[in-house]
Write a protein that binds this ligand. Structure first.
Ligand SMILES: NC(=O)c1ccc[n+]([C@@H]2O[C@H](COP(=O)([O-])OP(=O)(O)OC[C@H]3O[C@@H](n4cnc5c(N)ncnc54)[C@H](OP(=O)(O)O)[C@@H]3O)[C@@H](O)[C@H]2O)c1
Length: 168
């Protein structure tokens, strides 16, 4: 099974602030949807709560939490796993599992993931409080690479670089 990380981050590796993603780019939402749809997704409890504790539709949602008793799987239609091994055991028959964040969960899976879907935003953001882990580019081969210019409602244009990397 391919273990894949999917993340969007700034030049200084920021992924979030105060448990939200501090930007909205429709191109990035489409990229995320396209690459996660119908695949199992693993996320941290805080990321799950940042989505109003609602599972992503058409995807098996696995939430990592050491306090799984707080949640009722039936209400949320999700699986609560208390560690990464248990989370992976749920999806082992799938071709690919998508690790969708946040920072603690990316860290937990970075050493064992073999693919990354990255959106790099060409801005330094100084107010973040969660980050994508650093990785050694020499250990990765870029198999897909494209740029998009995204205009947000203030009129400011950002460059987004979409990459898929496979571990060499
Ligand atoms: N830019 C992006 O692509 C992106 C994507 C996703 C999220 N985000 C952002 O990332 C931020 C959240 O990241 P975060 O690092 O604060 O939190 P997180 O990784 O989403 O969740 C952390 C929680 O997950 C559980 N957890 C993590 N690792 C675990 C392990 N090894 N075993 C068992 N449970 C584990 C723990 O829950 P318990 O405390 O319940 O035990 C932990 O407190 C938010 O701002 C969110 O918007 C950004």
């Amino acid at each position: 099974m391919i273990i894949s990380l999917i993340a969007a981050f700034t030049i200084n590796y920021v992924i979030g602030r105060k448990n939200i993603i501090p930007w909205y780019f429709s191109w990035d939402m489409m990229w995320f949807k396209y690459h996660t749809m119908y695949k199992p997704v693993i996320m941290g409890r805080k990321t799950f709560e940042s989505m109003n504790s609602k599972p992503l539709p058409y995807r098996l949602n696995i939430v990592l939490s050491k306090h799984h008793i707080l949640y009722n799987n039936k209400i949320h239609n999700i699986f609560i796993a208390c560690n990464p091994i248990q989370a992976l055991s749920v999806v082992q028959k799938n071709d690919e599992v998508m690790i969708i964040g946040g920072g603690l969960v990316y860290n937990a899976f970075m050493s064992q993931c073999t693919r990354m879907y990255l959106t790099k935003i060409d801005v330094v953001y100084n107010y973040g409080d969660s980050w994508f882990p650093s990785y050694n580019p020499n250990e990765w081969c870029v198999v897909y690479n494209t740029n998009k210019k995204c205009v947000i409602n203030t009129g400011y244009t950002y460059n987004l670089n979409f990459q898929i990397l496979d571990r060499t």
